[in-house]
Structures are given as structure tokens and as C-alpha cells.
Write a protein that binds this ligand. Structure first.
Ligand code: LRH
Length: 466
């Protein structure tokens, strides 16, 4: 088999990237083509994403990818979940809102008066997150004008190809997809005042969405199909988490830490609902049974605040290394406290939670953040085990957090389980693998895809020290 190439667009909440993925002859690797910053932008009516800039970066990145690797055969797009754009006659009506915008609180109240959380959970199996798409749509002032709602990766695919579809793994984060049948829950949508007609046809990962529009063929340098991948970034990350047995848990750690296990059937128990465990759809009909833990967001927002105070950049690896030298025990806080979710002065908010016990040096403060995240990870792993009745024997920690050795070791120590760290670019690899499989350039089962990942991206092992 020869080496084949695809382009992966992977958009995270703090940065986006375009990569070339190469696969074949026992190889699976990524070449970074472009990386660009992303984050909330404050507008008169609240927090948004600078979508025009993101789209421009995507197209420029694709053009550069094709320039470097003319053999590229397709494009796949993944991004963070839940956020969307509304369109009318193919035109975007407004810049997409950021899920951390506070308007969602009103949406929660309104939706829960129509359908209580217990009913929602029975229907959609989703954990309560105040920004799930259904809450956002309910209070979206442009809803009445719209004829189509598209989640971010689907919106980019639409702009690239002219085809409006909803990729299933990401659609499952809207709250409007049935957990049992994976079809739009039209009855629920209509009760909430969300017209069924704005929800586009569903497609599965591996389906071809369409071909690049002629204007873009010229700019990108080549006509290419856009193939649906696990367009929810976490779905792609879990494809490339080299889970070798059902007893492995995963933590996909970037801005968020998504902590859970993979299931083939939902666990819609009262206990799962009370523990706020979600059933997001995975590639190949699997369920991602997991809970959101606030992840590296706590660290990145803290560093952002300190850099603003100092008027100078901070060397994060140096700070983390100083944090790992801290020998005194540090106080912990609840990483999932709602006060930590909006952008702002994170050190002050964490100090408010820690009170008199708040560390006074930066390294100790960072240590408290990392240990608090690890403790939340450990509690969540234990809950996943209890809810599924599975005795877990290892944790695969993938994504940006896998480079944070302090976090990996603390997670091993606090769970008592070995942590297998990496790949750092699990999301982009999962994106590449699903495209490659659709092209006939990769094996067909998830297990075989994961075996290829563990063979080509051997994880770093962190053994528990207590
Ligand atoms: C991670 C993620 C997560 C969602 C959140 C909105 O990037 O997609 O799975 O809950 O962003």
C-alpha cells in the first residue's frame, strides 16, 4: 500500500490548525501546515467567535496544504461542539455566539419550563451543560428569520461545498437528537419553538458531504471532496485514543477534560443522570459516556490574567516545572465550580474559592490548579466505573494535556491507575483516520485504527506513586 494524504481542519476553542495527514506503509503522521489563535471576542450583544477570520484561516491553510502536498485526496473538519450559525437563503444571519456567552442562562430556564431535565435526559441522554445548543437556540433572536441551523464544522463544510448537512456525532451535542435512534427529535424541537425544518439531513462520519465549490477549487489549487469525520472534536479524539480494552478509560484533555468510557449501548439510569454523565454519539455508533471537567482552561485563563498584569509573556513550561518542584501540600478547589466558566480574572476567582488557603506564589498556585483538575479527573473516572460496573485498569490521556507531565502524574497518583499519555494530536489523527478509511486507505474497524495509532504513536506511561 502506498502512502496517501488528506487535509485535516481541527478547530479548538483556543487555537485552530490545518494539517496534512499521511497514512500507509505502516505510517500515520501529521504535518502542521498552519496554526492560528481562536477565542471569545466581545461584541455589543455578547461573546462571539470571529468566524470570518476562522474561515479565512481554514481556506488559506487548505491552499497551503495542497501547495505542500499536491497528492491530498480529501478534507475533513472537526471543531468544538454545540455552537452554530443560522442561515437564510445560504447567507449567515449573524456571527456565531460563543458557548460561554451568558445569554444561555435564560435559555435553560425557558427550556426547562417546557421540558424538565429528567425528560430531556430520557430523550437525548445528554449531561446538563448550560450551553447545549437547544438552550442557545431557544433564546436566539434570529431564529425566526432562519431556514437552516448548522454546527460550526457543518457550517464550514457548507461554505466550502454548498451542501448543508448535520454530521451525527456533533448533532448529538445539540440536545435535539434522540439518544436511542440517533434521529432528530422533531417533537421536542417543535415544543421548544425550534422549527424542525431548520435541522438539516443527518450524515454519518465517512460520508462525502460534497466537492469544493469552483471558486474555491481555484483558490485551494485542486478540486477535493469534503468528507464527514467525527466532526465533534471529542469524537475524533476518541477514535485516536488507543484504547486496547473496554477497561480503559479516556481523558481527552484540552480546554476541557472529557472523562469517560466508550459504550455500545446507553446507560440511561437515574444514577447516570444524577452524576450528569452524557451520551454523545461516537464514530461507528459507539456512545461516549463521559462527563465534562473544566480542563486547561483554568490554566490558560490564569496565565492570560498574569500576562496582562505583567505586560509580558509567561514561559508556561518553566512555570509548570517550578510547580512540579513545590513540595508542600496545596489546597484544592472544585475545578467544575460554575464561577470559573466565563472568561475573566481567573486567579481572583480561584482565590475566592480557596479563601485563606490560596497559595501565595505562582508555582504553588499553578500546582493547586493542576492538582484540582487531576482530582476532578479521578473522581470522574471512579464515577464512570461505578455507573457502568466496569473495573478500569488504565487511563488514556490524549490531547494537549498529555504534554503536561505534572497533570499526567497527578492523574495517575490520584486514580491509582497507570496513565498512558498521548497522542497529543489525537483529534487531528482521528479526523485523518476516518477520512482515510472512507478512501479505502485505512483498516475498517475502530479497534484496527486504534492499533495503528498505538503502533505509530507509542504513549508515555505514568505509573501511580501512591
Ligand atoms: C471540547 C468540546 C467538548 C464540549 C465543549 C463545548 O472541545 O467539544 O466536548 O463539551 O467543547
Amino acid at each position: 500500500m502506498s502512502v496517501r494524504a488528506v487535509a485535516a481542519v481541527d478547530l479548538g476553542a483556543t487555537s485552530g490548525r490545518v494539517m496534512i495527514g499521511r497514512i500507509g506503509d505502516g505510517r500515520l503522521d501529521l504535518e502542521l501546515v498552519s496554526r492560528f489563535p481562536n477565542g471569545p471576542v466581545e461584541r455589543a450583544d455578547g461573546l462571539h467567535w470571529d468566524f470570518a477570520a476562522l474561515y479565512e484561516h481554514v481556506v488559506a491553510g487548505l491552499a497551503e496544504a495542497v501547495r505542500r502536498e499536491p497528492g491530498i485526496e480529501s478534507i475533513g473538519i472537526d471543531s468544538w461542539a454545540v455552537d452554530y450559525g443560522l442561515l437564510r437563503d445560504g447567507e449567515l444571519l449573524a456571527e456565531p455566539f460563543h458557548y460561554r456567552d451568558e445569554r444561555t442562562a435564560r435559555g435553560v430556564e425557558q427550556v426547562h419550563t417546557v421540558a424538565a431535565f429528567t425528560e430531556l435526559y430520557r430523550r437525548n441522554g445528554l449531561q446538563f451543560l448550560p450551553f447545549n445548543t437547544l438552550y442557545q437556540l431557544r433564546v436566539d433572536e434570529r431564529l425566526a428569520e432562519a431556514d437552516t441551523a448548522l454546527l460550526i464544522p457543518d457550517l464550514i463544510a457548507f461554505l466550502l461545498t454548498g451542501s448543508a448537512v448535520a454530521e451525527r456525532t456533533n448533532a448529538s451535542t445539540t440536545g435535539l437528537l434522540g439518544v436511542q435512534d440517533a434521529e432528530w427529535d422533531a417533537a421536542l424541537a417543535e415544543r421548544l419553538g425550534i422549527p424542525r425544518s431548520i435541522l438539516p439531513p443527518l450524515v454519518d462520519p465517512g460520508a462525502t458531504i460534497g466537492a469544493l465549490r469552483p471558486e474555491l477549487v481555484e483558490r485551494v489549487g485542486k478540486g477535493l471532496p469534503v468528507i464527514a469525520v467525527g466532526s465533534h472534536d471529542t469524537a475524533s479524539a476518541v477514535v485516536a485514543a488507543p484504547l486496547s480494552t473496554p477497561r480503559s478509560a479516556y481523558i481527552s484533555c484540552g480546554t476541557w477534560g472529557l472523562v469517560g468510557v466508550e459504550l455500545s449501548a446507553p446507560v440511561l439510569t437515574d444514577a447516570a443522570r444524577e452524576a450528569n454523565f452524557t451520551h454523545e454519539l461516537g464514530v461507528d455508533g459507539r456512545y461516549r459516556f463521559l462527563h465534562n471537567v473544566t480542563g486547561l482552561w483554568l490554566l490558560s485563563e490564569t496565565v492570560r490574567a498574569w500576562e496582562a498584569d505583567d505586560g509580558a509573556p509567561i514561559d508556561l513550561p518553566e512555570l509548570l516545572s517550578a510547580a512540579s518542584e513545590v513540595t508542600d501540600a496545596v489546597a484544592l478547589f472544585d475545578a467544575n465550580d460554575p464561577s470559573l466558566s466565563a472568561p475573566g480574572d481567573m486567579p481572583a476567582r480561584i482565590r475566592a474559592l480557596l479563601g485563606d488557603e490560596a497559595p501565595t506564589t505562582r508555582p504553588a498556585f499553578v500546582r493547586s490548579i493542576v492538582e484540582s483538575i487531576a482530582e476532578a479527573f479521578a473522581q470522574t473516572v471512579r464515577t464512570a466505573s461505578a455507573l457502568t460496573g466496569r473495573e478500569l485498569d488504565s487511563i488514556h490521556l490524549v490531547g494537549g494535556g498529555s504534554l503536561n507531565r505534572l497533570l499526567c502524574q497527578a492523574t495517575a497518583d490520584r486514580t491509582g491507575l497507570p496513565v498512558l499519555a498521548g497522542p497529543v494530536e489525537a483529534t487531528a489523527l482521528g479526523n485523518v483516520l476516518v477520512q482515510a478509511r472512507a478512501l479505502g486507505a485505512a483498516p475498517s474497524t475502530l479497534e484496527e485504527l486504534r492499533a495503528l495509532v498505538s503502533h505509530t504513536h507509542s504513549p508515555a506511561r505514568f505509573t501511580p506513586r501512591r
